[in-house]
Design a protein around this ligand. Structure first.
Ligand code: NAD
Length: 362
């Protein structure tokens, strides 16, 4: 009897102990390989409604299988529009029961940034792969907790950096990688739009607002991806022309980055200015993109006469299909959690620089 009990315990240790301690009922269990994955969108606001759900009608490797919403009326509308069965509709309270739903392979968190950590961790504990919108979270500590939770539960974590799936963006990343025009000397990168809302989460600090995490990550990514390097120091200045609206967070952020190779970047982002461009000056030429981070139509030119203008049917569909393929084949994601963390590390340093009025090492 004793031996049998010991055998049972060792079997439990190998196959199921992690389950007991992690709370993830799927951990360690081999699930049959699917060729099309079910996605549940969490948060049915603008981006889910206008971009992700329509893109999920075009994807080949995934489909809209479920929704998680705090608004019962939205559940009804989505259920009718996308033919979603009741068993795949959750609210924020009963969300954790998604662990028992084999229709849902991936949870896509499309909530205000300050809510990302909670829902990514809950999704990971439910044994689901996770897609998380940008900015990954308000702090480096949040990002690290999200990465750890996904690692502990053996699920993948992808950040919704749609641009990194866009061949037009990949084209300028390649110029840096191949050093076709020599080393990068200077980058100018801008991303902004006029937001006329006054009480949205983008104007609310506790929910993760502020332009830096929002459009700012596109300005930052322009510099990071065009140099292929991580910045080592930053000097930043925050400002607003509408103090009655931007009471808690910045409307505009300007930041200058230094890279290990000696390259420098001047970046701007704003909720009060329409701008979207990237200019890179290399030792032997230049590259210009305008727009650099739109949903479609990103295009540019290089001083050697090359035109960058690849057609993309749906950036979001391409992003989700490529991330699903990485899950299906267990290969590297294009923009994993670690990539989201790299940006937030710089964003934290930018806020430190604003607070101190000094250049900050990263
Ligand atoms: P939104 O305000 O339109 O939607 C937010 C959703 O969260 C709503 O359904 C709202 O009901 C829900 N929510 C739950 N609790 C909330 C709370 N306490 N306060 C406010 N809303 C709450 O926002 P959005 O524009 O859809 O942005 C959602 C996420 O998607 C953000 O992380 C944003 O940065 C990201 N986003 C990414 C892109 C992109 O191009 N990748 C574009 C737009 C938005």
């Amino acid at each position: 009897m004793l031996i049998e009990r010991r055998d049972f315990l060792s079997t439990l240790t190998l196959a199921g102990a992690a389950t007991l301690f992690s709370g993830n009922p799927l951990l360690g269990l081999a699930s049959p390989k699917k060729d099309k994955l079910g996605i549940a969108l969490v948060g049915l606001g603008y981006y889910s409604t206008d971009l992700l759900a329509p893109a999920l009608q075009l994807t080949e490797k995934c489909y809209l299988a479920g929704i998680v919403t705090g608004t019962p009326a939205k559940a009804e509308t989505w259920k009718a529009k996308y033919n979603i069965p009741d068993k795949n509709i959750y609210n924020y309270k009963n969300f954790d029961q998604i662990a028992n739903n084999p229709d849902i392979d991936i949870v896509y968190v499309v909530l205000p940034p300050a809510m990302h950590r909670e829902f990514v961790v809950r999704a990971a504990k439910a044994g689901k792969h996770v897609f998380c919108e940008k900015p990954m979270a308000p702090s480096v500590a949040d990002c690290q907790a999200m990465i750890s939770a996904c690692r502990a539960n053996k699920v993948k974590l992808a950040i919704g950096y749609r641009c990194q799936h866009d061949p037009n963006i990949q084209a300028y990343m390649k110029v840096a990688k191949e050093q076709k025009l020599g080393k990068v000397k200077m980058v100018n990168s801008a991303a902004g739009y006029v937001d006329n809302r006054t009480t949205h989460w983008k104007q609310n600090k506790a929910l993760g607002g502020g332009v830096m995490g929002d459009m700012g990550v596109y300005a930052l990514q322009g510099a990071r991806l065009a140099t292929g390097e991580e910045p080592i120091s930053v000097f930043a200045q925050a400002s607003t022309t509408r103090p009655e609206i931007y009471k808690e967070v910045e409307e505009t952020m300007m930041f200058m980055l230094d890279f290990p190779s000696g390259a420098k970047a001047a970046c701007q982002t704003s909720f009060g200015i329409n701008m979207n461009y990237l200019q890179v000056n290399y030792e032997k030429g230049w590259l210009k993109m305008e727009p650099q981070s739109a949903y479609n139509g990103n295009k540019g030119s290089i001083s050697d006469g090359t035109i960058i203008n690849f057609p993309v049917k749906s950036q979001q569909a391409k992003q989700m299909d490529e991330d699903c393929l990485a899950i299906i084949n267990n290969t590297e994601l294009i923009a994993p959690g670690e990539e989201g963390l790299k940006d937030i590390r710089v964003v934290e340093a930018i806020y430190k620089s604003v607070a101190s009025g000094k250049s900050v090492k990263i």
